[in-house]
Design a protein around this ligand. Structure first.
Ligand SMILES: *Cc1c(COP(=O)(O)O)cnc(C)c1O
Length: 219
């Protein structure tokens, strides 16, 4: 069913919205099924799992780390990761810059914002992000490139609350773009929307959806 699910979702997505197929906990065979149906971008939330899968699977897969990332694990993914979604502290960004330098590459990242009401979700507040972007130490970094923002809405049936949270994230994106990234056309990504809420996210300006269970089945 993976091929059918994937094709149905890809057809639904408007132009300009990128699909990250979230393959966490799923075996390599499931990823290959999606790969053979044309999918190239996969999302994982654990460093070790992503590293193991990347070793085994085709080299043209673009691996996105979508979960919380600990600083001491950055080194394992720095050589190959395509996009890190969950930057939530300046310290983490500095570590990625350091590992990017060692690997002689510029690592693409997204700033994660706390938009949900739940306490448990990670992310910057707008003020924290602003403070970081104004810091001279940030301007001096040469091995990270901030591509945009990422967020997760509250897990609730209340669609207008979810829409409000996504709208807030898109507003953060637009404000940061106007203030800090006016001359950086690669600041172009709003990563929001999962299996249960991606339609709302797209209505609110998402350019990247992260979909797992609707493609691969329940975990
Ligand atoms: C697991 C996960 C997803 C995908 O969730 P589904 O509900 O299975 O689509 C998206 N984003 C993040 C950060 C996740 O951890």
């Amino acid at each position: 069913m993976i091929r059918e699910n994937l094709q149905r979702i890809v057809e639904e997505l408007p132009k300009g919205v990128t699909l990250v197929a979230v393959s966490k906990t799923k075996p390599n065979e499931a990823i290959l099924e999606a790969y053979n149906a044309g999918q190239r971008i996969f999302g994982e939330n654990k460093v070790q799992e992503m590293t193991q899968k990347a070793e085994m699977l085709p080299k043209d897969i673009q691996w996105h780390l979508i979960g919380h990332l600990q600083r001491n694990k950055v080194k394992y993914i720095a050589p190959f990761v395509s996009l890190i979604h969950g930057i939530d502290t300046f310290k983490l960004l500095k570590e990625i810059d350091k590992e990017g330098r060692k690997n002689n590459r510029i690592i693409d990242v997204l700033l994660q914002f706390h938009i949900a009401q739940e306490e448990t979700k990670f992310g910057f507040s707008f003020e924290e992000a602003q403070e970081m972007l104004e810091d001279p130490e940030f301007s001096a970094m040469e091995h990270v490139n901030i591509r945009g923002v990422m967020g997760m809405a509250t897990f609730t049936e209340n669609k207008s609350q979810v829409a409000d949270e996504f709208r807030a994230l898109n507003n953060y994106f637009l404000t940061l773009q106007g203030h800090f990234f006016k001359f950086n056309p690669t600041f172009d990504t709003v990563s929001m929307g999962m299996s249960g809420d991606y339609a709302i996210a797209i209505d609110e300006g998402s350019t990247m959806v992260r979909i797992g269970s609707s493609i691969f089945g329940e975990r």
